[in-house]
Design a protein around this ligand. Sequence first.
Ligand code: IPM
Ligand code: MG
Length: 358
Amino acid sequence: MKKRITVLSGDGIGREIVPQAIRVLESIGQTFGHQFEFQHAQIGGEAIDATGYPLPPETLERAKSADAVLLGAVGGPKWEGLEYERRPERALLGIREQLGLFANLRPAKIYSPLIGASTLKPEVIEGIDVLVVRELTGGIYFGKPKGIEATATGHRGFNTEVYTTEEIRRIAEVAFQAARKRRKLVTSIDKANVLESSELWRREVIAVHKHYPDVELRHMYVDNCAMQLVRYPKQFDVIVTTNMFGDILSDEAAMLTGSIGMLPSASVGSTVGMYEPIHGSAPDIAGKNLANPIGTIASAAMMLVYAFDLTKEASVIEEAIKKTLEQGYRTKDIESLGTTLVGTKEMTDHILQNLSNG
Ligand code: IPM
Ligand code: MG
Protein backbone atom coordinates (compact mmCIF):
# COMPACT_ATOMS: atom_id res chain seq x y z
CA MET A 1 0.00 0.00 0.00
CA LYS A 2 1.24 3.49 -0.84
CA LYS A 3 -0.14 6.48 1.10
CA ARG A 4 0.62 10.16 1.32
CA ILE A 5 0.53 11.70 4.76
CA THR A 6 0.64 15.44 5.33
CA VAL A 7 2.52 16.16 8.53
CA LEU A 8 1.69 19.27 10.56
CA SER A 9 4.00 19.22 13.58
CA GLY A 10 3.01 22.70 14.72
CA ASP A 11 4.42 24.20 17.90
CA GLY A 12 5.93 23.29 21.26
CA ILE A 13 6.16 19.58 21.89
CA GLY A 14 4.44 18.97 18.55
CA ARG A 15 7.88 19.29 16.97
CA GLU A 16 9.26 16.52 19.19
CA ILE A 17 6.44 14.00 19.30
CA VAL A 18 5.42 13.99 15.63
CA PRO A 19 8.86 12.84 14.41
CA GLN A 20 8.57 9.93 16.86
CA ALA A 21 5.24 8.85 15.38
CA ILE A 22 6.83 9.04 11.93
CA ARG A 23 9.59 6.69 13.06
CA VAL A 24 6.92 4.23 14.16
CA LEU A 25 5.00 4.51 10.88
CA GLU A 26 8.21 4.00 8.91
CA SER A 27 9.01 0.89 10.88
CA ILE A 28 5.48 -0.47 10.30
CA GLY A 29 5.84 0.33 6.59
CA GLN A 30 9.05 -1.65 6.42
CA THR A 31 7.66 -4.65 8.27
CA PHE A 32 4.39 -4.85 6.37
CA GLY A 33 5.55 -3.59 2.98
CA HIS A 34 3.71 -0.28 2.90
CA GLN A 35 5.06 2.95 1.57
CA PHE A 36 4.20 6.03 3.62
CA GLU A 37 5.24 9.28 2.04
CA PHE A 38 5.47 12.27 4.40
CA GLN A 39 4.95 15.81 3.28
CA HIS A 40 5.50 18.54 5.86
CA ALA A 41 3.64 21.84 6.10
CA GLN A 42 3.43 24.68 8.60
CA ILE A 43 0.57 25.35 10.96
CA GLY A 44 -0.09 27.44 14.09
CA GLY A 45 2.60 29.66 15.58
CA GLU A 46 5.37 28.52 13.24
CA ALA A 47 3.12 29.40 10.29
CA ILE A 48 2.35 32.80 11.82
CA ASP A 49 6.07 33.50 12.17
CA ALA A 50 6.74 32.46 8.58
CA THR A 51 3.70 33.87 6.78
CA GLY A 52 1.58 35.92 9.18
CA TYR A 53 -1.24 33.37 9.06
CA PRO A 54 -1.88 30.37 11.32
CA LEU A 55 -3.29 28.29 8.44
CA PRO A 56 -1.61 29.33 5.17
CA PRO A 57 -3.46 28.31 1.97
CA GLU A 58 -0.56 26.07 0.96
CA THR A 59 -0.93 24.07 4.18
CA LEU A 60 -4.63 23.62 3.55
CA GLU A 61 -3.94 22.47 0.00
CA ARG A 62 -1.39 19.94 1.18
CA ALA A 63 -3.85 18.64 3.77
CA LYS A 64 -6.67 18.36 1.25
CA SER A 65 -4.60 16.45 -1.27
CA ALA A 66 -3.21 13.91 1.21
CA ASP A 67 -4.57 10.49 2.17
CA ALA A 68 -4.40 11.49 5.85
CA VAL A 69 -3.13 14.32 8.05
CA LEU A 70 -0.96 13.84 11.14
CA LEU A 71 -0.99 16.82 13.48
CA GLY A 72 1.07 17.60 16.59
CA ALA A 73 -0.13 20.64 18.52
CA VAL A 74 -0.39 24.38 18.06
CA GLY A 75 -0.01 27.44 20.25
CA GLY A 76 2.29 28.97 22.84
CA PRO A 77 2.80 32.09 24.95
CA LYS A 78 4.58 33.86 22.09
CA TRP A 79 1.32 34.17 20.12
CA GLU A 80 -1.15 34.67 22.95
CA GLY A 81 -1.29 38.43 22.57
CA LEU A 82 -2.41 38.27 18.95
CA GLU A 83 -5.90 39.21 17.89
CA TYR A 84 -8.31 36.32 17.92
CA GLU A 85 -8.39 35.60 14.19
CA ARG A 86 -4.60 35.40 14.00
CA ARG A 87 -4.05 33.02 16.88
CA PRO A 88 -2.60 29.53 16.36
CA GLU A 89 -5.83 27.92 17.65
CA ARG A 90 -7.73 29.41 14.72
CA ALA A 91 -5.75 27.11 12.45
CA LEU A 92 -7.25 24.09 14.17
CA LEU A 93 -10.79 25.38 13.81
CA GLY A 94 -10.07 26.38 10.22
CA ILE A 95 -8.68 23.04 9.15
CA ARG A 96 -11.52 21.16 10.85
CA GLU A 97 -14.04 23.32 9.03
CA GLN A 98 -12.26 23.25 5.66
CA LEU A 99 -11.76 19.49 5.67
CA GLY A 100 -15.34 18.93 6.89
CA LEU A 101 -14.14 16.98 9.94
CA PHE A 102 -17.43 16.89 11.79
CA ALA A 103 -16.71 13.83 13.93
CA ASN A 104 -13.99 13.77 16.55
CA LEU A 105 -13.31 10.38 18.09
CA ARG A 106 -11.50 10.43 21.40
CA PRO A 107 -11.02 7.04 23.01
CA ALA A 108 -10.09 6.94 26.68
CA LYS A 109 -8.83 3.51 27.55
CA ILE A 110 -6.77 2.50 30.51
CA TYR A 111 -3.48 0.68 29.99
CA SER A 112 -3.32 -1.67 32.96
CA PRO A 113 0.33 -0.91 33.91
CA LEU A 114 -0.73 2.71 34.37
CA ILE A 115 -3.57 2.23 36.83
CA GLY A 116 -1.38 3.72 39.55
CA ALA A 117 -0.84 6.91 37.53
CA SER A 118 -4.50 7.93 37.73
CA THR A 119 -5.67 10.24 40.48
CA LEU A 120 -8.71 7.99 40.95
CA LYS A 121 -8.90 4.74 42.88
CA PRO A 122 -7.88 1.61 40.94
CA GLU A 123 -11.30 -0.04 41.45
CA VAL A 124 -13.01 2.96 39.84
CA ILE A 125 -10.89 3.04 36.70
CA GLU A 126 -9.82 -0.54 36.13
CA GLY A 127 -11.00 -1.62 32.70
CA ILE A 128 -12.55 1.67 31.60
CA ASP A 129 -12.96 1.97 27.86
CA VAL A 130 -14.87 5.06 26.79
CA LEU A 131 -15.15 6.56 23.33
CA VAL A 132 -16.11 10.23 23.24
CA VAL A 133 -17.69 11.15 19.91
CA ARG A 134 -17.53 14.92 19.80
CA GLU A 135 -19.28 16.99 17.14
CA LEU A 136 -16.49 19.16 15.73
CA THR A 137 -17.68 21.67 13.14
CA GLY A 138 -20.84 23.10 14.68
CA GLY A 139 -22.27 24.41 17.91
CA ILE A 140 -21.02 27.45 19.75
CA TYR A 141 -17.54 27.18 18.22
CA PHE A 142 -18.90 28.14 14.81
CA GLY A 143 -22.39 29.56 15.42
CA LYS A 144 -23.31 33.06 14.29
CA PRO A 145 -23.84 35.77 15.32
CA LYS A 146 -20.70 36.11 17.37
CA GLY A 147 -18.53 39.01 18.37
CA ILE A 148 -17.76 41.73 20.87
CA GLU A 149 -19.60 44.99 20.48
CA ALA A 150 -19.73 48.26 22.35
CA THR A 151 -22.61 49.12 24.62
CA ALA A 152 -23.42 52.38 26.39
CA THR A 153 -21.59 51.23 29.50
CA GLY A 154 -18.95 48.82 28.21
CA HIS A 155 -19.00 45.85 25.87
CA ARG A 156 -21.10 42.84 25.04
CA GLY A 157 -19.48 39.55 24.00
CA PHE A 158 -21.63 36.85 22.44
CA ASN A 159 -21.60 33.49 20.67
CA THR A 160 -24.39 31.32 19.38
CA GLU A 161 -25.01 27.67 20.14
CA VAL A 162 -26.74 26.30 17.08
CA TYR A 163 -27.36 22.82 15.67
CA THR A 164 -29.35 21.68 12.67
CA THR A 165 -31.11 18.37 12.08
CA GLU A 166 -28.46 17.34 9.56
CA GLU A 167 -25.55 18.14 11.85
CA ILE A 168 -27.05 16.20 14.73
CA ARG A 169 -28.10 13.21 12.68
CA ARG A 170 -24.75 12.66 11.01
CA ILE A 171 -22.83 12.71 14.31
CA ALA A 172 -25.43 10.42 15.89
CA GLU A 173 -24.89 7.97 13.01
CA VAL A 174 -21.15 7.94 13.72
CA ALA A 175 -21.81 7.21 17.41
CA PHE A 176 -24.27 4.37 16.78
CA GLN A 177 -22.00 2.83 14.15
CA ALA A 178 -19.06 2.97 16.56
CA ALA A 179 -21.16 1.46 19.37
CA ARG A 180 -22.04 -1.50 17.14
CA LYS A 181 -18.37 -2.45 17.10
CA ARG A 182 -18.12 -2.03 20.88
CA ARG A 183 -20.44 -2.67 23.83
CA LYS A 184 -23.53 -1.31 22.02
CA LEU A 185 -24.36 1.51 24.40
CA VAL A 186 -24.58 5.19 23.44
CA THR A 187 -24.99 7.91 26.07
CA SER A 188 -26.02 11.21 24.50
CA ILE A 189 -25.02 14.26 26.51
CA ASP A 190 -27.01 17.49 26.37
CA LYS A 191 -28.55 20.23 28.45
CA ALA A 192 -32.09 19.65 27.24
CA ASN A 193 -33.57 20.92 30.50
CA VAL A 194 -32.36 24.42 29.64
CA LEU A 195 -31.28 24.82 25.99
CA GLU A 196 -33.47 24.62 22.88
CA SER A 197 -30.49 23.51 20.79
CA SER A 198 -30.17 20.58 23.21
CA GLU A 199 -33.88 19.84 22.98
CA LEU A 200 -33.47 19.41 19.22
CA TRP A 201 -30.26 17.44 19.78
CA ARG A 202 -32.11 14.93 21.94
CA ARG A 203 -35.04 14.68 19.55
CA GLU A 204 -32.80 13.99 16.53
CA VAL A 205 -30.61 11.48 18.36
CA ILE A 206 -33.79 9.58 19.28
CA ALA A 207 -34.88 9.66 15.62
CA VAL A 208 -31.57 8.21 14.42
CA HIS A 209 -31.67 5.58 17.15
CA LYS A 210 -34.76 4.04 15.49
CA HIS A 211 -32.37 2.61 12.87
CA TYR A 212 -30.17 1.04 15.55
CA PRO A 213 -32.50 -1.11 17.68
CA ASP A 214 -29.53 -3.32 18.62
CA VAL A 215 -27.82 -0.38 20.37
CA GLU A 216 -29.02 0.96 23.72
CA LEU A 217 -29.45 4.74 23.97
CA ARG A 218 -29.32 6.73 27.21
CA HIS A 219 -29.52 10.47 27.75
CA MET A 220 -27.69 12.46 30.37
CA TYR A 221 -27.37 16.14 31.22
CA VAL A 222 -23.85 17.45 30.86
CA ASP A 223 -23.43 18.46 34.51
CA ASN A 224 -24.46 14.99 35.63
CA CYS A 225 -22.10 13.44 33.08
CA ALA A 226 -19.16 15.44 34.45
CA MET A 227 -19.99 13.99 37.86
CA GLN A 228 -20.66 10.42 36.65
CA LEU A 229 -17.33 10.30 34.80
CA VAL A 230 -15.44 10.50 38.08
CA ARG A 231 -18.03 8.61 40.15
CA TYR A 232 -18.52 5.53 37.98
CA PRO A 233 -16.86 5.83 34.56
CA LYS A 234 -17.40 2.17 33.71
CA GLN A 235 -21.07 2.91 32.98
CA PHE A 236 -20.02 4.56 29.69
CA ASP A 237 -19.28 2.99 26.34
CA VAL A 238 -19.81 5.61 23.60
CA ILE A 239 -20.52 9.20 24.63
CA VAL A 240 -21.91 11.43 21.89
CA THR A 241 -22.12 15.16 22.41
CA THR A 242 -21.76 18.69 21.07
CA ASN A 243 -18.57 20.52 20.22
CA MET A 244 -18.33 22.48 23.48
CA PHE A 245 -19.49 19.75 25.86
CA GLY A 246 -17.23 17.29 24.05
CA ASP A 247 -14.22 19.56 24.44
CA ILE A 248 -14.69 19.61 28.20
CA LEU A 249 -15.77 16.03 28.78
CA SER A 250 -13.00 14.55 26.63
CA ASP A 251 -10.35 16.22 28.78
CA GLU A 252 -12.05 14.83 31.85
CA ALA A 253 -12.34 11.35 30.34
CA ALA A 254 -8.68 11.50 29.32
CA MET A 255 -7.51 12.25 32.81
CA LEU A 256 -9.23 9.13 34.14
CA THR A 257 -6.55 7.17 32.34
CA GLY A 258 -3.69 8.85 34.16
CA SER A 259 -2.26 11.27 31.66
CA ILE A 260 -3.61 13.34 28.83
CA GLY A 261 -0.27 12.60 27.14
CA MET A 262 -1.41 9.07 26.35
CA LEU A 263 -4.52 9.68 24.34
CA PRO A 264 -5.05 9.83 20.59
CA SER A 265 -7.84 11.21 18.47
CA ALA A 266 -9.24 10.94 14.99
CA SER A 267 -11.22 13.66 13.26
CA VAL A 268 -13.18 12.34 10.33
CA GLY A 269 -15.82 13.54 7.93
CA SER A 270 -16.45 13.25 4.26
CA THR A 271 -12.89 13.58 2.95
CA VAL A 272 -9.39 13.23 4.37
CA GLY A 273 -9.14 12.56 8.11
CA MET A 274 -6.86 14.19 10.66
CA TYR A 275 -5.10 12.38 13.49
CA GLU A 276 -3.65 14.08 16.55
CA PRO A 277 -3.00 13.60 20.25
CA ILE A 278 -5.60 15.30 22.40
CA HIS A 279 -3.06 17.24 24.45
CA GLY A 280 -1.76 20.68 23.56
CA SER A 281 1.67 22.11 22.74
CA ALA A 282 2.89 22.16 26.39
CA PRO A 283 5.34 25.06 25.94
CA ASP A 284 6.63 24.62 29.50
CA ILE A 285 8.29 21.30 28.65
CA ALA A 286 8.95 21.87 24.95
CA GLY A 287 12.44 21.20 23.58
CA LYS A 288 13.53 19.18 26.62
CA ASN A 289 12.89 15.65 25.39
CA LEU A 290 10.34 15.27 28.21
CA ALA A 291 7.07 14.95 26.32
CA ASN A 292 5.16 11.70 26.15
CA PRO A 293 5.08 10.55 22.50
CA ILE A 294 2.46 7.84 23.11
CA GLY A 295 -0.61 10.00 22.36
CA THR A 296 0.81 10.80 18.94
CA ILE A 297 2.01 7.27 18.23
CA ALA A 298 -1.45 5.98 19.16
CA SER A 299 -2.94 8.62 16.84
CA ALA A 300 -0.84 7.20 14.03
CA ALA A 301 -2.34 3.80 14.91
CA MET A 302 -5.83 5.31 14.66
CA MET A 303 -4.86 6.64 11.23
CA LEU A 304 -3.94 3.15 10.12
CA VAL A 305 -7.39 1.91 11.18
CA TYR A 306 -9.65 4.73 10.06
CA ALA A 307 -7.85 6.06 6.99
CA PHE A 308 -6.15 2.97 5.59
CA ASP A 309 -8.10 0.07 7.08
CA LEU A 310 -4.84 -1.46 8.38
CA THR A 311 -6.19 -2.93 11.63
CA LYS A 312 -3.51 -5.57 12.01
CA GLU A 313 -0.73 -3.00 11.73
CA ALA A 314 -2.50 -0.74 14.24
CA SER A 315 -2.86 -3.50 16.79
CA VAL A 316 0.84 -4.26 16.47
CA ILE A 317 1.54 -0.65 17.51
CA GLU A 318 -0.95 -0.89 20.38
CA GLU A 319 0.74 -4.07 21.61
CA ALA A 320 4.19 -2.48 21.42
CA ILE A 321 2.99 0.47 23.51
CA LYS A 322 1.50 -1.88 26.07
CA LYS A 323 4.61 -4.00 26.25
CA THR A 324 6.83 -0.94 26.69
CA LEU A 325 4.69 0.20 29.61
CA GLU A 326 4.79 -3.29 31.09
CA GLN A 327 8.58 -3.16 30.90
CA GLY A 328 8.35 -0.16 33.20
CA TYR A 329 9.42 2.66 30.88
CA ARG A 330 7.75 5.97 31.69
CA THR A 331 7.96 9.54 30.54
CA LYS A 332 7.80 12.21 33.25
CA ASP A 333 4.00 12.63 33.10
CA ILE A 334 3.31 8.99 33.99
CA GLU A 335 6.32 8.27 36.19
CA SER A 336 5.72 6.40 39.43
CA LEU A 337 7.77 4.59 42.05
CA GLY A 338 9.77 1.66 40.70
CA THR A 339 9.57 2.65 37.04
CA THR A 340 12.30 3.76 34.66
CA LEU A 341 12.18 7.38 33.59
CA VAL A 342 12.91 7.90 29.89
CA GLY A 343 12.73 10.80 27.45
CA THR A 344 10.57 11.30 24.38
CA LYS A 345 13.05 9.74 22.03
CA GLU A 346 14.03 6.85 24.30
CA MET A 347 10.38 5.94 24.91
CA THR A 348 10.00 5.63 21.15
CA ASP A 349 13.22 3.61 20.89
CA HIS A 350 11.69 1.05 23.25
CA ILE A 351 8.41 1.01 21.37
CA LEU A 352 10.31 0.45 18.11
CA GLN A 353 12.25 -2.36 19.69
CA ASN A 354 9.02 -4.00 20.82
CA LEU A 355 7.55 -3.48 17.37
CA SER A 356 10.27 -5.48 15.73
CA ASN A 357 10.19 -8.19 18.41
CA GLY A 358 6.41 -8.35 18.38
C1 IPM B 1 -9.12 20.50 21.54
C2 IPM B 1 -8.61 21.86 21.89
C3 IPM B 1 -9.13 22.84 20.85
C4 IPM B 1 -10.65 22.85 20.95
C5 IPM B 1 -8.59 24.27 20.95
C6 IPM B 1 -7.08 24.31 21.03
C7 IPM B 1 -9.09 25.12 19.82
O1 IPM B 1 -8.95 22.21 23.19
O2 IPM B 1 -8.84 20.01 20.43
O3 IPM B 1 -9.82 19.90 22.38
O4 IPM B 1 -11.22 23.54 21.79
O5 IPM B 1 -11.27 22.13 20.17
MG1 MG C 1 -9.87 20.63 24.30
